[in-house]
Design a protein around this ligand. Structure first.
Ligand SMILES: Cc1cc2nc3c(=O)[nH]c(=O)nc-3n(C[C@H](O)[C@H](O)[C@H](O)COP(=O)(O)OP(=O)(O)OC[C@H]3O[C@@H](n4cnc5c(N)ncnc54)[C@H](O)[C@@H]3O)c2cc1C
Ligand SMILES: *[C@@H]1O[C@H](CO)[C@@H](O)[C@H](O)[C@H]1NC(C)=O
Ligand SMILES: *[C@@H]1O[C@H](CO)[C@@H](O)[C@H](O)[C@H]1NC(C)=O
Length: 691
């Protein structure tokens, strides 16, 4: 060994010797060399000042994206919050020198303020109208063709077409995460910081003018003055009122069929019970996270100077992972025009973006597409990747594992016409509110998503403390997951969805060996699906099937009591013949749907894919996951509020991290500069020291 080394060194010495020109250089040559060296040094100095150090120059060809410090993939609720917040916070602390943030979204404009153009009337698109959410949720133009339902491919993500329900996690949900860096206090404070509570409104008559309510007394568990509006519905449909009259009747409570009335599902210890929901609606218009965080920037009236937003840009692959860091991104432009998850089919070859050596990439592509993007980039369980023909580069088997949702079924009743939503009545009320103003100039829309009431209760299947079932009562067929079954769409029917909010069902997102462009969902502990056409239903855990059966029974009991009973003509589904536990269970397995509340697929739980503090991917420190993929367990209720809260907390941590990093870098550069100066001085002092 030692001998080999000596020999190698001597060979190098030989080479060096040979490369030195023989003889003493002429004076003219020395001057010329000095001149060339001086120019070269000056050029190098300039280059170093403007670009990256010589040692970090790129030999790879591609588009230079080195001006961006943070690159966010996906402009759904999570990505919008992260991009806007990181850019703003860095600018607050570093001023005009703040580094730049790039946000890339596959889809194109949705709401008016988000660049949408398929306008309904003057200043808004169909995405702005709360009542239209179910319709737009089904437009294939705005959807990814992936298993699992309605994954939006548009600016704003699923926050542009969801039902806008504002339901927070319970403290026990966050405690279950078991991470010291994600306490209930941390998450609760984020809910409050982000909330612009609109106050209670007077809806005694079933209708209320969509205006700001009483803000003189803001309860401690709400906050006015934040970014995203939360409000009570402005229209309480007759089904909701009859449902609550029935369910909260003392007699029915005494019987064990009814439930306590809950004023506010988000108030402490008020989740269990039945009541009216709160929504992310302001003045009757959808208040998406993207609209409030990015809207100003897109419209241009309040741009965030250090944020660049690129829509119709689909990130196909993260590069450089073999070296344990993301250094490039392959991006298909105008990807928003491709209907399928086959961006490879677009005519233009993907663009190859070269990132700065110290850039951070944040994934917010949603809980199904985030692990999918990681898989196609070579991160995951090596055996699974190889089986799909993908080259494993980073061994992180927790990527894609443990995906959760709130599995649901719909109980359908034929009802007297009076009980289905009185749309004509609502419309005439609305016209009355506009007080003669033309519809097109009225600044508000229907602040009604088509339903208003629900309930949380126990199935009795487990001995745990918090409710495990949620009901939502729809006076018209507007639940897109169920409306997809066209055979059931009837306008003289009401639907009650039963969803498991503390499910045992877990899936794995796996690469599809037959079609790498589309992920598959596999039920935990089940065999992989026989083909890629599973429709994303995947299956449910037996305990959840039992919970759903208990939920269906409870709904039947409620609807068999007055006053609700008086409006029901027949149970249409499961139907009067489906009575035994076995038959009900078979019906549940045959008809359950997903709820698009996806989370937990690359999480920061124990043995998870991420570090719980900075949400960095284990094995790739400059790659972060900011969407609901990161939750170790699904919250008890609709997840959007928690997606936004976690994204905001993550953004604050990342902004602080980047600010510290850039300050340190600047001060190091400064010290180096000073050191060099000092060194020079010392040399001068030595030579001029008197003898
Ligand atoms: C029909 C429906 C109704 C819902 N109702 C409610 C509700 O009432 N209340 C509630 O709390 N929650 C509801 N949800 C859930 C809620 O909307 C989601 O939890 C939330 O939108 C998740 O946000 P996200 O940012 O993690 O992901 P998403 O909303 O899925 O956004 C991800 C974004 O990333 C983009 N993207 C993906 N891959 C790439 C790529 N490779 N390159 C570039 N961009 C990419 C997508 O196009 C998308 O815009 C509903 C969801 C649906 C679908
Ligand atoms: C919580 O996390 C700690 C380690 O941080 C672990 O020792 C403990 O077993 C976990 N508890 C549960 C209930 O998972
Ligand atoms: C219309 O508005 C007026 C004035 O506010 C009110 O008196 C009337 O009852 C309203 N009519 C309807 C149908 O809501």
């Amino acid at each position: 060994m030692a001998e080999e080394k000596v020999e190698e060194e001597s060979m190098i010495a030989q080479e060096i010797k040979q490369s030195i020109p023989k003889g003493t250089p002429k004076r003219r040559d020395v001057v010329r060399v000095c001149f060339v060296v001086a120019i070269a040094l000056a050029v190098v100095g300039m280059v170093r000042k403007w670009a990256v150090p010589a040692s970090e120059t790129y030999e790879e060809e591609g588009t230079d994206a080195r001006e961006f410090d943070v690159v966010v993939v996906g402009a759904g609720p999570a990505g919008s919050v992260v991009a806007a917040r990181v850019a703003t916070k860095m600018r607050e602390k570093l001023g005009v020198a703040a580094p730049r943030v790039l946000l890339m979204e596959s889809g194109s404009g949705s709401q008016r303020v988000l660049g949408g153009t398929d306008w309904m009337f003057r200043d808004r698109t169909i995405f702005d109208v709360p009542l239209a959410w179910s319709y737009v949720a089904q437009l294939s133009k705005y959807l990814w063709r992936v298993p699992g339902g309605f994954l939006a491919r548009t600016v704003g993500g699923c926050g542009a077409h969801n039902a806008m329900l504002y339901v927070r996690a319970l403290s026990s949900d966050i405690e279950r995460w078991n991470a010291s860096t994600w306490s209930w206090t941390t998450v609760k404070n984020k809910y409050l910081e982000l909330e612009d509570w609109q106050g209670e409104v007077d809806v005694a008559q079933g209708y209320a003018i969509p205006s700001v309510g009483d803000l003189t007394r803001v309860p401690a568990h709400h906050a006015a003055g934040g970014t995203i509006a939360t409000s009570a519905g402005i229209y309480r449909d007759l089904l909701a009122r009859k449902f609550l009259e029935t369910v909260a009747h003392p007699l029915h409570i005494a019987e064990g069929v009814g439930m306590q009335y809950s004023e506010d599902f988000n108030a402490p210890s008020s989740r269990r019970g039945a009541g009216y929901y709160h929504f992310n609606i302001r003045d009757g218009l959808r208040e998406s996270a993207a609209a409030v965080f990015l809207g100003g920037s897109i419209e241009g009236y309040a741009p965030i100077p250090n944020l660049e937003f690129q829509s119709e840009s689909t990130v196909l692959k993260l590069g450089g992972l073999g070296e344990g860091r993301v250094s490039t991104l392959d991006v298909a432009r105008r990807g928003g025009q491709t209907k399928f998850l086959r961006p490879f089919a677009t005519a233009a070859p993907p663009e190859h973006l070269l990132l700065a050596p110290d850039a951070v990439v944040v994934l917010a592509a949603g809980a199904i597409l985030t692990p999918h993007l990681l898989h196609v980039s070579g991160v995951g369980d090596p055996a699974l990747l190889r089986a799909a023909g993908l080259e494993p580069l980073v061994d992180n088997p927790a990527v894609g594992s443990g995906l959760m949702d709130h599995p649901a079924v719909g109980v359908v009743f034929d009802v007297a016409p009076a009980l289905t939503a009185d749309m004509v009545g609502l419309y005439s009320r609305f016209l009355n509110w506009t007080r003669g103003q033309p519809f097109s100039t009225y600044p508000r829309a229907f602040g009604y998503p088509g339903f208003s009431a629900g309930a949380f209760f126990d199935s009795g299947v487990d001995g745990e403390n918090d409710p495990d079932l949620q009901l939502t009562v729809f006076p018209l067929q507007i639940e897109p997951h169920l409306a997809a079954d066209q055979a059931r769409v009837r306008y003289d029917q009401a639907i009650v969805t039963v969803a498991v909010v503390r499910p045992d069902t877990k899936y794995d997102v796996v690469p599809n060996p037959r079609d790498r462009a589309a992920p598959e969902l596999v039920l935990r502990g089940a065999a992989p699906p026989p083909s890629s056409t599973t429709g994303g239903r995947g299956g449910i855990a037996p305990t959840d099937a039992k919970r759903l059966v208990a939920g269906v029974r409870r709904v039947r009991e409620i609807f068999a009591r007055s006053p609700l009973r008086d409006y029901v003509t027949k149970e249409a589904a499961p139907g009067p013949t489906v009575l035994s536990d076995d038959d009900l269970e078979a019906w549940v397995y045959a008809t359950y749907t997903q709820n698009s509340h996806w989370c937990c697929s690359s999480n920061f739980g124990q043995n998870g894919a991420l570090d719980p503090t900075d949400l960095s991917l284990k094995g790739v420190p400059n790659l972060r996951v900011a969407d609901s993929s990161s939750f170790p367990h699904i919250p008890n209720g609709n997840v959007h509020s928690t997606v936004v809260a976690v994204a905001a907390e993550f953004a604050d941590r990342l902004a602080n991290e980047r600010v510290d990093y850039h300050r340190l870098k600047a001060s190091n550069a400064d010290t180096n500069h000073k050191k060099k100066k000092k060194k020079k001085k010392t040399v001068v002092a030595t030579t001029s020291r008197p003898k």
